[in-house]
Design a binder for this molecule. Structure first.
Ligand SMILES: NC(=O)c1ccc[n+]([C@@H]2O[C@H](COP(=O)([O-])OP(=O)(O)OC[C@H]3O[C@@H](n4cnc5c(N)ncnc54)[C@H](O)[C@@H]3O)[C@@H](O)[C@H]2O)c1
Ligand SMILES: [Zn+2]
Ligand SMILES: [Zn+2]
Length: 396
């Protein structure tokens, strides 16, 4: 029997590399003829994983983490027709059946058939269907023909694997945030958050032709990272209100559109920049976005947060000033990114050198046994996107 190892959530603040089962082409007791087994080439640590590891969700002990997966097909089920053993593939973090009404219109983030508890599923994520995660050596991917994106040339792909690994989540997610905020040529955009998603969003805004991309955060290294590829930055530790800081950059206190790349663990501005204020990014986005503008919200909001500071927030009820957004006729776009809508085009943008996405988010490749340290460093605010290389195929 083949061996497998994966990163498991143990308790708040602790993950561990454990020996885990080698995947089977099965879903429970049922054979999964439409699935494949992947030898994982690259699998990334995400801010979404951090919500679980910080104890801010109901993730169970022992959950094998990891939803950002790129791998080599080593076994294909009987009914897989168009993906072959030996293919190098990117796995969208959303698990989608390709058969339900939502999948049929490209809403793969809310597939109706892959999670008995609610629409939408992901590998290695709480409330997302119980699928085994891919921060591991091997993983099973169902509905392979529908889900997987095959790279056209393996050698070319391995040469750009640091960029291509970001296609499983944060590049499409950042891009989706920009698209749903209506970013286009000449746009002036405020991106809240300079974590990997915020940086991927900022780089996507440039790809879409934005004139000015302003990134706000309270971690100086992350703001430096945003500056390194041409963004304007706002340090939210300063007391000056966000709108005034925006006016210092563009002469007026409002932007065309905004993207929330922070989510429910947001902290306040100025003196409150160390204190959690879960609705602050949404309220700030409404304050600084022009009337008629749109707000993309890839940042995650939850239906249950055991670590929240108020009873209301424990149920996901936040103090959002919806009257302001209504008065300004804002549009809001929430939810998981339907990765498949974008991954092929963004793959080509990488392969034809239209974007340096790994450089923008500052990818650092680490071995599987260094994953717990990667989690710690990321939690401390490292201006990096950690990519796990479980078989040493990238580093060696
Ligand atoms: N919708 C999706 O499909 C999807 C996919 C991936 C990640 N996400 C979510 O996107 C969010 C960002 O992910 P990440 O990996 O970049 O996480 P991250 O935790 O590394 O980044 C969040 C950043 O926001 C900053 N921040 C905190 N409060 C702020 C505020 N008020 N204004 C501006 N910045 C503030 C933090 O300092 C941090 O740098 C997370 O909530 C994650 O769960 C969503
Ligand atoms: Zn992710
Ligand atoms: Zn579906």
């Amino acid at each position: 029997m083949c061996q497998n190892h994966g990163v498991a959530y143990i308790k708040p603040g602790i993950v561990e590399v454990q020996s885990i089962d080698y995947p089977k082409l099965a879903i429970g007791d049922r054979k999964c003829h439409h699935g494949v087994i992947l030898q994982i080439v690259a699998t990334n640590i995400c801010g979404s994983d951090q919500h679980m590891v910080r104890g801010r969700t109901t993730a169970p002990e022992g959950l094998v983490l990891g939803h950002e997966i790129t791998g080599l097909v080593i076994e294909a089920g009987r009914d897989v027709e168009f993906i072959n053993e030996g293919d190098l593939v990117s796995v969208p973090f959303n698990i989608a059946c390709g058969r339900c009404r939502n999948c049929k219109v490209g809403q793969t983030g809310i597939c109706l058939n892959v999670n008995p508890a609610r629409p939408g599923a992901a590998y290695g994520y709480v409330d997302m269907g119980g699928w085994v995660g891919g921060q591991a050596e091997y993983v099973m991917v169902p509905y392979a023909d529908f889900n997987l994106l095959k790279f056209p040339d393996k050698d070319q792909a391995m040469a750009k694997i640091r960029d291509l690994t970001l296609l499983s989540d944060i590049f499409p997610t950042g891009y989706h945030g920009a698209v749903t905020a209506g970013v286009g040529p000449g746009s002036i955009v405020y991106v809240a958050g300079a974590g990997p998603v915020g940086l991927a969003c900022a780089a996507s805004c440039h790809l879409l032709g934005a004139a000015v991309v302003i990134v706000g955060d309270m971690i100086p290294e992350r703001l430096e990272q945003a500056k390194s590829f041409g963004c304007e930055v706002i340090d939210l530790r300063k007391d000056t209100p966000l709108a005034d800081q925006i006016a210092e950059i563009i002469g007026v206190p409002e932007v065309d559109c905004a993207v929330d790349c922070v989510g429910f663990e947001a902290r306040g501005h100025g003196a409150d920049s160390g204190t959690e204020q879960p609705a602050t990014v949404l309220n700030a986005a409404m304050t600084v976005t022009r009337a008629g503008g749109a707000i993309g919200i890839p940042g995650l909001y939850v239906t249950g947060d055991p670590g929240a500071s108020t009873e209301a927030a424990k149920e996901g009820n936040l103090s959002i000033r919806i009257g302001l957004g209504w008065a300004k006729s804002h549009s809001f776009y929430t939810g998981q990114c339907p990765v498949m809508k974008y991954h092929r085009q963004l793959m080509n943008a990488i392969l034809y050198d239209k974007i340096q996405i790994a450089k923008a988010v500052n990818v650092e490749v680490i071995s599987l046994d260094k994953a717990p340290k990667g989690y710690q460093d990321f939690d401390k605010g490292a201006a990096k996107k950690f990519v796990i290389d479980p078989h040493g195929l990238i580093m060696n």
